[in-house]
Every structure is written in C-alpha cells, then in structure tokens.
Design a binder for this molecule. Structure first.
Ligand SMILES: Nc1ncnc2c1ncn2[C@@H]1O[C@H](COP(=O)(O)OP(=O)(O)OP(=O)(O)O)[C@@H](O)[C@H]1O
Ligand SMILES: CC(=O)N[C@H]1[C@@H]2OC[C@@H](O2)[C@@H](O)[C@@H]1O[C@H](C)C(=O)O
Length: 401
C-alpha cells in the first residue's frame, strides 16, 4: 500500500481529525480558512473551530479572477493558467496561516478546498437542450497538496451534479448534520454574494430538509459600488444605501424575473444577478437617472424582499421558525432591518454564533464537514428526492507526493 493511502486510512479511523476548510466565495473578498477539530461523523459530528481567518485577496487577484468570473466568453488560455495559479496561491495562504498559528502541517489530516467558482450553470439558466447542470470551480487541489504537503480533498460540487443535483447548495449536508434541532424549526440563512437557505424542521423528518439558493444578496450591490465608487469593494454599513430613497418603479422591475418565480430548491449566481440585470431593470422602468444612493437603497430593499419571500415560504411550512444567519450580509444592518420588517412570522433572527459557529467562518466549516464525511462518514440517507442529494459523498483526493 502506498504510504499516503495508509495515512489517509489512519486519519479515517481516528476518533477526531484536524481539517482545514477553505472557502473562496462569489464576493472575491478573500480566502476563508477554518481549522476545525471534527469528532466522529454523520449525525454524531461534533466540531470545534480552533482557528479562523480570512486572508484578504489582493487587487491583483481580484482583477485576474474577474477576467473570467461569471463570463459567458473568456480567454481559454488565461483560464487554463489561472487554475493552477489559484491553487498554488491558496496553498501559500494555508502555509502562511499555519505559520502564524504555529501549527505543524504534519498534524493536519486533510485540507478541504472549495476552490473559486468561475461559472455556475444549472439547466434552468442555459439554452443547450443536450446538456444538464454544470458548475466550474478552479484552484487545483493538486497544487494545494503539493504546496502545503497536506492531502487535499476538493472539487466537491461535481459529484452532486453527477448524482442529479445542480452542484449547490451543498450547505444542506453540514447544516443537517450539525445544526438540526429537535427543539425548534430552523432556517439557516447564508448572506454572501448569493443568498441561500437550509430548511431544518424540528420534527427531524430528513425528507423535508432542503437547501436552496434564494437570489442575490450582496452581489449586485457590490458590483455597483465597485463600478461607481473608487477603491470601494462594498457599501460598508450601508452608508450609501441609507442616504437614498427606494424607487418603486425600479423595485418592481428588479422583482420581475423568471428565477425568482421558480419553486425552491433552485440555484443561481452572478451569471444572472449582475450589473447588466440592474441596467435592464433601469431601462424597463425608465429610471436610468437615479442617484447612486437611490439605486443602492432600492437594491437593498430588492435583496430584502427576495430573501423575505423565501423565508416566508418556509415559515408557512414550519411555524415559529428561527433564522440563524451567516455570511457578510449580516453586517449590513439596513438589510437586516428590512428583513425583520418583511418577516413578521419569523420567531427570531439570530446568527450562527448562537449555535457555536462564527457566522463568517460557517461556509469554510461546511466544507471541512464534507471532507470529514468523505473520509469517515457513512452513507447518508436523507431520502430527499426533490433535491437529488440522497447518499452522495463528495470530494476528490489529491496527495502531496
Ligand atoms: N460591514 C459591512 N457592511 C455591509 N456589507 C458588508 C459588511 N461586511 C461584509 N459585507 C458584505 O459581505 C460581503 C462578503 O460576504 P461573504 O464573504 O459571506 O461572501 P461570499 O462567501 O464571497 O459569497 P457566497 O456565499 O455567495 O459565495 C461583502 O462583499 C459585503 O457585500
Ligand atoms: C456554485 C457556487 O459556488 N455556489 C455558491 C454561491 O454562494 C452561495 C450560493 O451561491 C451557494 O449555492 C454556493 O455556496 C454554498 C457554500 C453552498 O454550496 O452551500
């Protein structure tokens, strides 16, 4: 047996493992790095987040990714070169974290790497009859493994697609295993570039559990700020949006979209919800001349209405649901205020801190859970046909040597 196989086998047999979860989301703000101690697997999973940080991306990284990100057409040579380059960079970032945390890489069982989504293409969003669902993440795991010397599990989304899913949201697995409760109906709401939710009814009926993208959260607002405000990545504390007035005509045009009418579960991305989407809505509502503040105020309300519709659909199925939010959008208090106003039937808005997980770390932790399942899990029986997720174990293994 090759030594790397026996090392992996031994990791799988251990009562607990040290796993580094890596998440690079659609907002392109940085690489989230969560060092987790995960004990057991499946419904017995226990997690301790030992360290968490976000390693900020340089402007150079953002510029390079934006050459291809969510674009229907791109330079294939550039994309081919970006794939190993991003992997190497993520590996370097992990090394930098381990050094500053004074942790010996030999003590880490595996790295769980999400990679950088470049294009997400569910069937509902493309016109090719011959093709089903597709999604593409770059940042090759072999590069991470070789750079860090740590076995790396990556490319999680492809198995979900192979099993009939859309490749997202994968949050449902970790959310179900770790955040389900027999005491309350829960909705785990992630507010990143795209908003998604996992519905966890308290009756423990796994066939009712589902996860779905909702629509845009920060993605259009971030793109707008980046286009019109020099050196700003996002509207910090909603300062711009708060100075504006909601425009009803633009709001109505923004809400008029096919994806938003589809039933959950469904997935989407910045391929649909982007500046072109806003510009089309402005044209349709003849609101091209609004101030930046009014546009941002309207986008904020639009985001809140889209998320509120999804939450209100869930709360009809599970009264007294409590929302546990995560992701950068929770820091946008204007958005959160709108949500509370629009969702009177939600029993409470909390964040995942209340459940023991830093809301900014949650997605990175979820990928550590998926890697743990890949190593030590048993077949999952969610029996959830609507989602097409029953019993798949995700991730591809890259060895360092
Ligand atoms: N103080 C703040 N005020 C307003 N918005 C904020 C604040 N802090 C973070 N954000 C928003 O959160 C975003 C980052 O969120 P996050 O890191 O969860 O996204 P992501 O993981 O890249 O997205 P996804 O989950 O869709 O892949 C920022 O781009 C910004 O829009
Ligand atoms: C294709 C892709 O990268 N999708 C992301 C994105 O960011 C949020 C939302 O859209 C979600 O579907 C997904 O990420 C989370 C981690 C998920 O799969 O659960």
């Amino acid at each position: 047996m090759h030594p790397h196989i026996s090392k992996l086998y031994n990791s799988a047999l251990k009562p607990s493992r040290l796993i580094i979860g890596l998440m690079s989301g659609t907002s392109l703000d940085g690489l989230d790095v969560a060092l987790c101690k995960i004990t057991a697997a499946g419904v017995h999973t226990q997690i301790e987040v030992l360290k968490f940080t976000t390693v900020d991306y340089s402007d150079d990284y953002k510029t390079k990714i934006k050459q291809v990100f969510a674009k229907r057409e791109c330079n294939l040579e550039y994309l081919t070169l970006l794939h190993p380059w991003v992997g190497k960079l993520h590996g370097d970032m992990v090394n930098q974290c381990l050094k500053s945390w004074q942790i010996n890489p030999a003590n880490i069982d595996v790295i769980a790497s999400h990679g950088q989504t470049i294009y997400h293409c569910p069937k509902s969003q493309h016109q090719y009859n011959d093709f089903n669902n597709g999604t593409l993440q770059i940042g090759d795991s072999d590069q991470i493994a070789v750079t860090t010397g740590i076995t790396t599990i990556g490319d999680f989304r492809q198995k979900h697609i192979a099993a009939g899913g859309e490749g997202a949201p994968l949050a449902v697995y970790g959310d179900y295993l770790f955040f389900s409760s027999s005491d309350e109906n829960r909705i785990l709401l992630n507010m990143g570039g795209i908003a998604n939710l996992t519905f966890l009814p308290q009756n423990g009926d796994s066939s009712a559990v589902f996860s779905s993208d909702i629509g845009p959260c920060n993605t259009i607002m971030d793109a707008y700020v980046q286009r019109y405000f020099n050196n700003m990545h996002y509207d910090e504390n909603a300062a711009i949006a708060k100075a504006g007035v909601i425009n009803t005509a633009l709001l109505t045009a923004l809400c008029d979209n096919h994806f938003l009418t589809l039933k959950m579960p469904k997935t989407t991305g910045p391929e649909v919800f982007n500046l072109a989407y806003l510009e089309a809505a402005q044209q349709a509502s003849n609101t091209q001349k609004l101030s930046h503040q009014d546009v941002m105020a309207t986008l904020s309300r639009f985001t809140a209405e889209v998320i509120a519709n999804a939450l209100n659909t869930c709360v009809k199925m599970a009264p007294n649901s409590v929302v546990y939010a995560s992701g950068g959008g929770i820091h946008n208090l204007l958005l959160m205020q709108h949500l509370v106003t629009l969702c009177p039937a939600i029993k409470g808005f909390k964040n995942t801190h209340a459940l023991g997980v830093d809301p900014d770390a949650k997605e990175a932790v979820l990928f550590a859970i998926l890697a743990n399942e890949c190593l030590a899990g048993e077949q999952l029986h969610l029996n959830n046909k609507a989602q097409g997720i029953a019993g798949v174990t995700m991730g591809k293994v890259s060895f360092a040597d």
